[in-house]
Each structure stands twice: as C-alpha cells, then as structure tokens.
Design a protein around this ligand. Structure first.
Ligand SMILES: *Cc1c(COP(=O)(O)O)cnc(C)c1O
Length: 231
C-alpha cells in the first residue's frame, strides 16, 4: 500500500475512534511521525494532504527540513524526541512545536534562543505517566510546577501535555495512562493555565488515546511502515 493509502486508513481509524468517543473527528489532529524516513516520503504524505510532521533526531530533521524548504511555509514541524541542551538552538530556530520539554533548563534555552520576530514556540510538557525508570518525562507530581514555570517564559507558548505510555495489550489497559494524562491536564486548567493540547496516542494505541481525549495523535509506523533504526 502507498503512503497515501496508509494515511487514509489512519484517518479512518481516527474518525471511528472519535465517533466511539462521541467526539468530532476534527477535534483530533494527526501528526505524521517521519523519523528515519526520507524527505520523499514526507513529500508523498504532503501530496496526500498531510501538513503536520513529527521528528525525533536533530541532525536528521534539520537535513530533511532543508530538503523540503520549498514546502516550509505550508508544513508545521514538531520536535518530539529527547532534547539535549547543546541541541536546543537549531530546534528553537527551525521548529514550530516541541512536545518533549521535561525540564526547565531546556525550556529556558528554547525560549532564549527563539529568534526575534518569530512567533512563540509551541511546547508541551512530557510527563512520565507509566512510572518506568527508563522513559523520559517529568514525574506527574512535578508537572504542575514545571508547567507554571514554562508558561511564564516569553519565547514559548505552553500548549499542553505529552506522554509515551508503556505498551499494553488491551484497550482497557492502554486507557489507564492516557486517562492519567487527561486528568493532569484538567487539573492544570482548573489551576488557570490556558492549555488545549493532549499529545498522546501512537500507531498501537491511537483508539485508547482518542477515547481518553487526545487532541493530537503521533503516528509513524501506520503511515510510513516499520522503522529499521539505522541511527
Ligand atoms: C516514534 C514516535 C512516535 C510514533 O510511533 P509509532 O508507533 O511508529 O506510531 C510517536 N511519538 C514519539 C515520541 C515517537 O518517538
């Protein structure tokens, strides 16, 4: 199947999940995760109507954004991978969103390095909702303090929360960490933060995420195929 056909399948999955959750399909945005795939694959997805793309690796993404410079004004680039402090500058310069902010130092650098005249960089705080030591993300009980500090930075616009839950086999088990992230965001909104983005759901757990309120699902494999991780 072509990338265009895979995209259509994913859009159908989102529409069905939204329907099952009594939500508008348009309330769930699709981020196509193109990490490890070449610029030509991004172009194929673009030609099939996709406009938001997610990348994980700084070096790879900067080369890809340059290859696709002719589409730059029409594509929204989202950085979703782990971010080292020595790599924040190019990310602040080149991307529209960063989903993986998990400590204040990274947020401060992104804010300071956002070019003058550029709109504020949209950011989400990544939360470790599965409690696995290996996964990145701020601990849930530290999320509120970090969110308030990030919201005060002038170069950033805090949009919401992001999570990469531990894989689980059943829909019910998949829903648990997604519900946790939804509840965390609700608490922050009650607390006065103006947040609109719940970035959660990947190829294997998109339905659970949409049932629990995801507003942006990040889908790689189901659109571009299996990755070989040649990094
Ligand atoms: C790779 C990745 C995805 C996409 O995962 P798939 O299972 O391929 O859909 C989503 N979010 C993040 C943060 C990723 O690193």
């Amino acid at each position: 199947m072509s990338i265009a056909q895979h995209l259509e399948e994913v859009r159908q999955r989102i529409a069905k999940a939204a329907h099952d959750a009594s939500r508008e399909a348009s309330s769930v945005e699709l981020l196509a995760v193109s990490k490890t795939f070449p610029a030509d694959d991004v172009r194929a997805a673009f030609d099939a109507g996709q406009r938001k793309f997610g990348e994980n690796y700084v070096q790879e993404s900067i080369a890809k954004i340059a290859d696709l410079a002719d589409l730059r004004s029409q594509i929204e680039w989202h950085f979703i991978g782990p971010l080292q402090s020595n790599k924040t500058k190019v990310v602040a310069e080149q991307f529209d969103w960063v989903h993986s902010v998990d400590r204040l130092k990274i947020a401060e650098r992104l804010s300071a390095q956002r070019p003058d005249g550029a709109p504020a960089l949209n950011v989400c705080i990544q939360v470790n909702v599965s409690g696995e030591a290996s996964k990145s993300g701020v601990e849930p009980d530290e999320a509120a303090a970090l969110a308030h500090a990030v919201a005060a930075l002038p170069g950033l616009r805090l949009r919401g929360l992001m999570a990469i839950p531990e894989p689980a086999d059943t829909l019910d088990a998949q829903r648990v960490p997604h519900a946790r992230l939804r509840e965390l965001m609700h608490a922050l909104r009650v607390d006065g933060l103006d947040l609109d983005t719940l970035s959660m759901g990947m190829s294997a757990d998109l339905e659970a995420a949409v049932l629990e309120g995801a507003t942006m699902v990040r889908i790689g494999t189901a659109i571009f195929g299996a990755r070989t991780y040649a990094h």
